[in-house]
Design a protein around this ligand. Sequence first.
Ligand code: ATP
Length: 336
Amino acid sequence: VRVLGIEGTAWAASAAVYDADRDDVVIESDAYQPESGGIHPREAAEHMHDAIPRVVERALEHARESHDGPATEPPIDAVAFSRGPGLGPCLRVVGTAARALSQALAVPLVGVNHMVAHLEIGRHTSGFDSPVCLNASGANAHLLAYRNGRYRVLGETMDTGVGNAIDKFTRHVGWSHPGGPKVEAAAEDGDYVSLPYVVKGMDFSFSGIMSAAKQAVDDGTPVEDVCYSLQENVFGMLTEVSERALSLTGSDELVLGGGVGQNARLREMLAEMCAQRGAEFHAPEPRFLRDNAGMIAVLGAKMYAAGDTLALEDSRVDPDFRPDQVPVSWRVDEPE
Ligand code: ATP
């Protein structure tokens, strides 16, 4: 089975082909880089419009080259696309491209939840059976675990996503988008200064800590110290709630998902916490952490194999698509 995946929820125009028989993924991506400030939804959608045909064509080229069936057969068995959550104008471009391709090649359409894809790629590459997942991405931050046919949200941000919070701070200090890698580099030379730490039960909040971080820089605290402390507190909060999620579910497996998961300090804290409680920790390689169509194609193949395809008339995109809205068709429930 081979599935073409198309991703385009925010900044990454991406297409991939996943060959399930060989467990092989080829990803073609084209990133939108804002000239100034953060991601502008209209500009990002224009980027999708421009780049999606290019990346899809390149991915299809790989599929054709490695296709050993008759030339009259389509080189893929299904088209999977990111249905949401994400920026509406971007999602609509991707949805239109996916529908057109599925019609032109006469193959089924699969609608993938982007957050569940961030989680499932970690489950796929780790081989873990039923992990807790920390999704630490740009626009989101939450802990998910599977129970009775759904991925349940155990804890989440009460305001912005974790990457977006960091990016807002770096815009304030005049650094270009994306801010996460710049904070990570600056933190290497920093010392700890006090910043808020906000965990409420299983939820967490970033807005207070980001305001305090901006204020600290304005008041003359070295930016390296603020970056270091920001990472310690924000990642400490995510690690605390991840530990509580492991404890509550009884799971001894944690996977990381999302672009902020590329951060070495976050991975170090999570790995240490897991080691201390005898749990296993897995972070997928960076190309699967940031937004990418590989994760859409891999989950798309599992959904396709389970018969979880979409009729054209039911395939509209959903900017607010939550992970717990997805009936998990591709996992077989074990009797309790
Ligand atoms: P979502 O998946 O929620 O739609 P998104 O589309 O913004 O989010 P991702 O690719 O998951 O995208 O994550 C992008 C975010 O990751 C940006 O906010 C960026 O600053 C952050 N990021 C990238 N590298 C690092 C790093 N090394 N440390 C911290 N944050 C990072």
